[in-house]
Structures are given as structure tokens and as C-alpha cells.
Write a protein that binds this ligand. Structure first.
Ligand code: ZN
Length: 428
């Protein structure tokens, strides 16, 4: 009666359906809520946000939410196709008979993951294309030509292969050769890899896609340097990134650690904000550092991946883990790549239900960074900077509260500005 394989199939299907219904419900709430508030600027913003830009934000939000539903349907179909309907099994059996090497040896296992990555990447392409060249284009955000887009795709695929294949090969090798505690070794390797990426991303990988020029505006540089010294930071590594090459969306971020630590301003941000506002945004970023949000995030990522590897260590030895997800494993072993792949596909189905916890922490961190920023700079500057950014990015001022709880890593404008203690209506 208690067939664990059948139980897993049922559990997985239940999580899939429940997740699907929840996401549908959330999206329809968001669409209705934004549409209902489309024709009136919320009173707190009446003096600062025009009806036209409020409506643009509403249309952009609704368009993206609708498109998200299409992606959701497609993603679900693909997931079912790969798992219960046998896609991975077919691929795996084909590779077993392909002469690439004995079942369970490194080459066919790597091939399984690479081909899976290639096919699912190709199947996602129409969506990326539509999102960039239809949606972003229509709202005036896209600055990419098709040629640049294609170049990016080729470059990121190449980087993915150069960076991804070695770490995957290492993990597969550890799985196959370090006994039943392999998952601890693999976790260690994964952590080292992540720390390496944290150092290499800002200095080696990001420059492949964008130009990073030292901040040259002397007045701005002097102000920023003074602020950083006041906050106890070494003011080195201030860069301007040519974000306008791809998109009109503006941003600033703080990245890396140790010698690779740097502050990056998008050129679009510097164009939109005045120097006081740039200061306030930087103070917010420094707030994340002062409150150790980055370290906290890294530590929790380490802890979660340890739990994940431990779970995978156990699941990979259970036949029902494969059969319950529509795949026939080889009874004498060598199923490491299969286990890894199934695990990565299935975990998000379950982790979606705890995602509000992570979103909550993230929004809490944003409030803390805002509080730090207004202790260091004038609250009015952060307020007007945020208003400009929300407006220029066409973020809706009236999201559905439940949708926010699930998906928003940053608090919506109304909550955030209310916490700053200055009413947006009174700003000049
Ligand atoms: Zn932040």
C-alpha cells in the first residue's frame, strides 16, 4: 500500500497544482488591484506623481503580470514533460546507449546536464525575446539591439560553460568517489566556488558585459568620498557602469568583498538623480553593509545549501526518488547527475511556499538600510531619490498587499516613504 514512489509522485503533483493555483490567485489579485487603482494617483503622491506616469506604471505592472502567467503555464508544462512524462528518462536512456562512456562515468553524466541545460535554455528563448523586444520596448526601457542581445547570449553561454562545467564536473566526481559523506565534500566545494565567484564576478565577469569606468565627476567624487569616510568606509573602487547600453532602468549596488569591493553606479542613475540624492542612495547601500546584510545573506545561503546537500545525499540513494519523478535509475549506481537534476527541478516546487519568509527578511533589510541612510543624509533626499527611481522604473504605487508578501524583495513605495517620516506630498 505505502509505495514511496507513488507517494512522491502524488506529493510532487500536489505541490505543483497547489503552487500553480497560488501563483494564479496572486497574479489575478495583483492585476485586479492595480487595475482598480489605475485612474487615481494615491493621495500621498498626488503632488509628486503625474496621472500619466501612474498609469504607465499600472500598465507595465499588469502587462508583466499577465506575461508571467504565460511563462508559468509554459514552465509547468516543461517541468511535467521533463519529469513525470519522461523527458529526462528518454534523454538519460539515449545517453546510456550512446557510446559516450559507461553508465555513471563522468562524460555521459556531464552530457546529460549540458543537453538538459541547452534544451531548456532554447525553450526559454522566445520568452526572453518577447520580454525584451516587446514588453520592455513598448514601455521605453529596452535599449538593446538584437545584435547586442545575441552577443550577450553567446557570451553568457560561453561563461556558463567555462564556469559551470568545471564545478559540476567536480561535484559529480565527489559524488562518485568520496563515499556516503560525499555531500559534505560537495557542499565544501560549492561554498569555495561561491566565494570565488563573489570575488571574480565584479572584477572579471561583469566587465565582459559592461564598461566600468572610475567615477570621474570630481564634485560628486568628493561628496561620495566624504560620505563614505563619515560612515567608516575606505572610499576606493567607485565605478560608473554603462547600464544605459541595455536598459533605461536605473540602479546602484555595492559588490564583492576584500580587495574586490566596489560601489557601482549605473550611468542611468547618475543622470536621473541630483548629487544629494546620489548620496542618499549610496548611504542606503552602505547601510546594507553596516547592518551586515550581505554577510547574513551569505551565511544563510551556506546553511541552506548544507541542508540541501544533506537531503540530496539521502534522496540520491532512494530508488523511489527517481521512479516517483518519472525516471528509471540504474540499479547498480551511477545516477548522480540524474539525482542532481531532479533535485534542482523539484525543490523550487516546495520552497515556493516558504518564499514569503525570505521576502520578509529582504524587505526588513531594506527598511534598516533606509533608516541608516536617513541617519547619515537628509531624509528628503532619499525620499525624492526613491520617488524618482520608482517612477523611472514604472513600479506601481498600488500593488496588491498579498502579492507583495510573496514576491517583493523591496517594500512598495508607499510603505517605504511612510517609514521615512516625510510625506511625499510636501516635497518640492
Ligand atoms: Zn537596498
Amino acid at each position: 500500500m505505502t509505495d514511496p514512489s507513488l507517494i512522491l509522485t502524488l506529493l510532487f503533483s500536489a505541490a505543483l497544482v497547489l503552487g500553480l493555483l497560488t501563483k494564479l490567485y496572486l497574479a489575478s489579485r495583483q492585476i485586479r488591484h492595480v487595475a482598480r487603482h489605475r485612474d487615481t494617483v494615491p493621495s500621498a503622491f498626488a503632488g509628486t506623481i503625474s496621472l500619466a506616469s501612474h498609469q504607465k506604471a499600472a500598465d507595465y505592472t499588469i502587462t508583466k503580470a499577465r506575461f508571467g502567467l504565460l511563462e508559468l503555464a509554459w514552465g509547468t508544462a516543461m517541468l511535467l514533460g521533463w519529469t513525470l512524462l519522461g523527458g529526462i528518462d528518454v534523454l538519460n536512456q539515449a545517453l546510456a546507449g550512446s557510446g559516450l562512456g559507461a553508465y555513471g562515468s563522468l562524460v555521459p553524466q556531464l552530457a546529460l546536464l549540458a543537453i538538459f541545460g541547452l534544451i531548456s535554455g532554447l525553450l526559454d528563448l522566445p520568452f526572453t525575446l518577447y520580454s525584451t523586444f516587446r514588453i520592455e520596448e513598448r514601455f521605453g526601457f529596452n535599449k538593446m539591439t538584437f545584435k547586442l542581445w545575441l552577443g550577450d547570449l553567446l557570451k553568457s553561454t560561453l561563461v556558463g560553460v567555462l564556469v559551470g562545467l568545471p564545478i559540476v564536473a567536480l561535484i559529480l566526481w565527489l559524488m562518485g568517489s568520496t563515499g556516503s559523506w560525499w555531500w559534505l565534500w560537495a557542499w565544501g566545494a560549492w561554498m569555495v566556488f561561491n566565494l570565488l565567484i563573489l570575488v571574480l564576478y565584479p572584477t572579471v565577469i561583469a566587465p565582459l558585459f559592461n564598461k566600468f569606468q572610475p567615477l570621474e565627476d570630481e564634485t560628486l567624487k568628493a561628496r561620495v568620498t566624504a560620505l563614505m569616510q563619515r560612515c567608516g568606509f575606505a572610499a576606493k573602487g567607485l565605478f560608473v557602469m554603462d547600464g544605459s547600453k541595455r536598459s533605461a532602468h536605473a540602479n546602484a549596488y555595492f559588490t564583492g568583498f576584500g580587495a574586490s569591493k566596489r560601489v557601482v553606479f549605473y550611468d542611468t542613475l547618475l543622470k536621473q538623480l541630483n548629487p544629494d540624492e546620489v548620496d542618499a542612495v549610496l548611504a542606503h547601500e552602505l547601510g546594507h553593509f553596516k547592518h551586515k546584510h550581505i554577510i547574513k545573506r551569505i551565511v544563510s545561503m551556506f546553511a541552506m545549501s548544507l541542508a540541501g546537500f544533506a537531503l540530496l545525499g539521502w534522496l540520491s540513494t532512494q530508488v523511489w526518488f527517481y521512479t516517483g519523478l518519472g525516471v528509471r535509475p540504474n540499479m547498480s549506481g551511477g545516477n548522480d547527475a540524474l539525482a542532481l537534476l531532479l533535485f534542482l527541478l523539484v525543490v523550487p516546487m516546495f520552497s515556493f511556499f516558504i518564499s514569503p519568509i525570505f521576502a520578509l527578511f529582504s524587505r526588513k533589510h531594506e527598511f534598516e538600510a533606509d533608516a541608516y541612510a536617513i541617519a547619515q543624509t537628509d531624509g528628503k533626499d532619499l525620499q525624492s531619490a526613491l520617488l524618482k527611481l520608482y517612477q523611472d522604473n514604472a513600479s506601481t504605487l498600488t500593488p496588491d498587499p498579498l502579492f507583495v508578501k510573496f514576491y517583493y524583495s523591496h517594500p512598495p513605495a508607499s510603505e517605504r516613504l511612510a517609514r521615512l517620516g516625510v510625506s511625499p506630498g510636501t516635497s518640492a
